[in-house]
Design a protein around this ligand. Structure first.
Ligand SMILES: [Zn+2]
Length: 211
């Protein structure tokens, strides 16, 4: 993602529970700036999209943590990212973002955040109840992440490789073997992201009705 103005993750507090010995390795400032910008931008994107369908958007609170985080949905562990519907909050593990950034690029890290926003979208649209299998809910969140990538790309916020980075991240997040209660296979997750990129918001709604 192209460097953007410095913004602070709204409402963010460090909720890591581990004791740091010495100073913790910081999320590289550049990546941090991009992630914080994306956090604001993704929410604004969904705010616009919701306005377009006549629904109110309530911004989730995003927390970043280094070790583990206590949430109303249980403990969020290392290399994890979750959306908790009990307090409408997103928790992202900083080492997970750093790893994605290292392995696939900055927009891979942003795609992790965008996926969690996808769950916030599902919750607010009442879509979560319409999935028969967990896998459909997860693929829909991947699809919504793709929709954001498409929009950010149109607004010229992205580098030429960013969409591919999101695709790679979705692929790497998948599992090798299919199980209806998993998050989907590598291929399914990458395709879901791509579906969002190419077909937009409404195409992602199909995951709520697929059987
Ligand atoms: Zn998910």
């Amino acid at each position: 993602m192209i460097s953007a103005p410095r913004q602070v993750l709204q409402g963010a507090v460090a909720v890591g529970l581990a004791l740091f010995l010495g100073s913790p390795p910081a999320l590289s400032q550049t990546l941090q700036r991009k992630v914080h910008f994306a956090n604001t931008d993704i929410s604004r994107f969904w705010s616009r999209t919701f306005r377009g369908i006549g629904r109110p958007w309530r911004k989730p609170i995003a927390y970043e943590y280094r070790s583990i985080a206590k949430t109303p949905c249980g403990i969020a562990g290392k290399f994890n990212a979750i959306y908790c519907l009990h307090n409408h909050s997103i928790y992202v593990n900083v080492p997970l973002l750093e790893q994605a950034n290292y392995q696939a690029g900055d927009f891979a890290a942003i795609t992790i955040l965008a996926h969690e926003y996808g769950h916030a979208v599902q919750n607010q649209l009442g879509l979560s109840r319409l999935h028969r299998y967990l896998v459909q809910e997860e693929l829909q969140a991947d699809c919504f992440a793709g929709v954001y990538a498409q929009d950010a790309n149109r607004r010229r916020l992205l580098d030429p490789t960013d969409v591919q980075e999101g695709y790679t991240q979705s692929y790497m997040s998948g599992q090798n073997n299919f199980h209806p209660n998993s998050h989907g296979t590598r291929r399914q997750r990458a395709r879901a992201f791509y579906r969002g990129v190419t077909h937009g918001f409404r195409a992602c709604l199909a995951y709520s009705f697929l059987r």
